[in-house]
Design a protein around this ligand. Structure first.
Ligand code: GLA
Length: 710
């Protein structure tokens, strides 16, 4: 226990979080770095005046805001014991400082017999979690809500969050932060195509490069809620509150004496330099996590759009040879390899190799792929079951629904992995295929929402337990196969969150490979995820999902800025296309160390015609940018565009990398500087910029910046 009255100052990477412990712990500051010598004045000025028609004391905003503490917004805690003790009254019992980045507040609610721990860790971003333990009592403790709530200053008056649908995930929506609550609830049982993803509150007009922003993300793959809430009386001396938590279903978390619940971790991220600053903090943190992949990201070929369910070993062998010939490093066999799976109407749940499609098993294709120098990946959808499967026929009780006739979605139902016997059955089936075949990578899919996910074993809502069971299954497979990598896919990008990324090595951001759609999806997925964790594939000229055509150059330039791959039947390609893919894979390998370790940079441009995004090396000595013409714009000739993120004090040699694509001009001549290398200072590039060409819609220009010797 530390001195219970001394303020606690967590400080890391330009961020300060100051908490004063008494009369009960409350945040004095979450934002830019302060000096220890500032804390006294901060504390002395920590209460506002007393409002008309209000409490007889100035309001404060504690770490656990709730009605009893005078907060009339969404409370941090809501529970009851058999209808009683519905007024949480946690009192601080102890404060622990296990290390300089961490503070743990221990509380007890004696009346309700509840012990509670709130933990904050600041590693540039603030990690917040709450642990609730039910002590001795005759009645179980029903949890209604456990939320992480933090105040944001009154200058944060605009909010950004996300929505989406299949093939259009993480689409931004912005609005003023008005009075009341802006709440995004996810009741889909998975993260969802329309996930709010992250909720950002910021200063008016904040952008990628400008503005002060405060953001919140729930690191969880089940039901969840994010909210920004602003009340006329403020939040203590702050303007509004951001909150995050698991959305608990009725009766879902009922704690017997001695049982406990830990909230999913919430990430709170402050940036004084706009959304790029926010991304830089999260990317840096993710790159140090245990689940972060340790090897360079191999160039992928995924078979889905090449063959769909048509698994012909000879054809797939030819595809593997072609893949190796263009430089692919990981060959992934998608859906269709297991028994009873001629299409998507049957087979899920039976993870046994189909003897009709693969009479010799998967061993020969895996061996061929390995002999060609590639890794072998395989598709699974472990949480799902088709009614037309052996598993569903033998174990009807393993369906996660108490509805006798549950609604199908892609002809499938959810398997109740909270049942130990079901979990073990799937684990052993997967383990057998992985071990016998030599699987290096799993594409882990999840193709439906969970609806009324009540376990037949317990009669209880089971989304929380299902998510925990899935994470545990992933972890067990990693333990048994330490070099195995897992991709989180869910009908494209419906399970993209930092919860699942603690157990997986990449996400499939979307089922669309249309580069126009992908530019937007990758840009916004990149708000939290660094490029190397985001699968980005080249599809055929005419995208299967939108039927829009795009040049190969544009498709290649788009896929370059991710964990790159191909999702195309290479047998259809002309020799010229195969040569272009070879040049692309060589460029990917050349630039991969930069693209997968650097800082993601996005320019703030007016209008939607162009995007300028790039990756700058940590020492700013090297950078690659893409200038993208997504649609036609109002400009007839090139105008100067500032190039952000370079070192103002360095000089750079700038050249077009035209191996994949060169400026496809929509003007008689492109700017002359593109013809030869140009030398310019980072200051000039940032302040004045370069005239970037007007191009035909659906094209990209790649620019490389290399620091010149001093
Ligand atoms: C989902 C995935 C696709 C593909 C199919 C296979 O839709 O998002 O990439 O794997 O399933 O059925």
């Amino acid at each position: 226990m530390t001195d219970s009255r001394a303020p606690i100052h967590l400080r890391s990477a330009g961020v300060s979080v100051v908490v004063v412990p008494s009369p009960e712990p409350r945040i004095l500051h979450w934002g830019g770095a302060l000096d220890d010598s500032d804390i006294g004045a901060l504390e002395d000025s920590s209460t506002g005046g007393q409002a008309y028609s209000s409490f007889d004391l100035p309001r404060i905003f504690p770490l656990l805001p709730r009605e009893r503490s005078g907060w009339s917004g969404r409370p941090s805690l809501a529970w009851h014991r058999g209808g009683q003790f519905s007024d949480p009254a946690p009192r601080l019992a102890a404060i622990e400082r296990p290390d300089a980045e961490t503070v743990v507040f221990r509380y007890a609610d004696a009346a309700a017999s509840v012990d509670l721990t709130l933990r904050l860790d600041l590693f540039g971003i603030l990690h917040h979690s709450i642990h609730v333990s039910a002590a001795e009592s005759t009645d179980p403790l029903d949890l209604v809500a456990v939320r992480a709530v933090l105040p944001v200053p009154a200058e944060a008056t605009e909010i950004l969050d996300f929505t989406g649908r299949w093939t259009r995930e993480r689409h931004p929506q912005r609005q003023p932060l008005g009075y009341g609550a802006h709440v995004r609830e996810n009741r889909r049982g998975r993260t969802g195509h329309d996930s709010a993803f992250v909720m950002v509150a910021g200063t008016p007009g904040f952008g990628f490069r400008t503005g002060r922003v405060w953001a919140v993300h729930t690191a969880w793959s089940g039901n969840s809620e994010l909210a920004a809430e602003r009340l006329p009386e403020g939040a203590g001396v702050h303007g509004a509150a951001l909150s995050s938590g698991e959305l608990l279903l009725p009766g879902e978390i009922r704690l017997a004496p001695g049982e406990s619940y830990t909230s999913p971790e919430t990430l709170f991220v402050f940036s004084a330099s706009g959304l790029d600053g926010l991304s830089a903090r999260v990317h840096a943190w993710l790159r140090f996590q245990p689940a972060y992949p340790s090897a360079p990201r191999p160039l992928v070929l995924n078979t889905w759009e090449a063959v769909y369910f048509d698994h012909d070993p000879a054809r797939l062998g030819d595809l593997a040879r072609l893949a190796a010939s263009v430089g692919v490093e990981r060959f992934v066999l998608d859906d269709g390899w297991f028994v009873g799976r001629p299409d998507d109407r049957s087979g899920l749940g039976d993870w046994v190799i189909d003897p009709d499609a693969w009479p010799d098993g998967l061993g020969p294709i895996a061996d061929l792929v390995h002999d060609l120098g590639m890794q072998f990946g395989l598709w699974f959808e472990p949480e799902m079951v088709n009614p037309d499967s052996r598993l569903a026929r033998e174990h009807p009780d393993w369906i996660l629904s108490t509805d006798e006739d549950p609604a199908l979605w892609r002809h499938q139902l959810v398997l109740d992995l909270t049942r130990r016997e079901a979990w073990e059955h799937i684990l052993e089936q997967m383990d057998a295929v992985i071990t016998r075949t030599g699987i290096d990578f799993i594409k882990w899919d999840h193709n439906r929402d969970l609806h009324a996910a009540v376990s037949r074993a317990t009669g209880r809502a089971s989304v929380h337990a299902q998510v925990e069971a899935v994470y545990a299954l992933m972890d067990e497979l990693h333990t048994r196969h330490p070099s195995l990598e897992i991709e989180s896919c869910a009908s494209g990008g419906a399970r993209v969150d930092l919860g699942v990324l603690a157990h997986t090595q990449r996400v499939w951001a979307s089922d669309t490979n249309d580069p126009i759609e992908r530019q937007a999806i990758q840009r916004w997925t990149g708000l939290l995820l660094p490029p190397e964790l985001v699968g980005a594939h080249i599809g055929p000229e005419r995208a299967h999902t939108t039927h829009r055509s795009a040049s190969l150059g544009f498709r290649m330039a788009t896929a370059l800025f991710g964990h790159a791959g191909i999702e195309w039947d290479l047998a259809e390609c002309t020799d010229a296309e195969l040569d272009a893919l070879r040049a692309w894979s060589a460029l990917y390998r050349e630039l991969r160390p930069l693209l997968h370790s650097g800082t993601t940079v996005r320019a703030d441009l007016s209008g939607t015609a162009n995007l300028l995004h790039g990756v700058v090396a940590p020492d700013a000595g090297h950078a690659v940018f893409a200038w993208v013409q997504a649609e036609t714009g109002p400009n007839a000739a090139a105008v100067r565009v500032p190039i952000p993120g370079l070192d103002p004090a360095s000089r750079y040699l700038i050249r077009e990398r035209d191996e994949l694509t060169s400026a496809d001009p929509h003007q008689v001549l492109s700017p002359a500087w593109l013809d030869g290398p140009l030398s310019a200072s980072g200051a000039m590039l940032c302040e004045a910029g370069l005239p970037l060409p007007v191009m035909n819609p659906g094209s990209a220009l790649l620019l490389e910046f290399v620091r010149e010797p001093a």
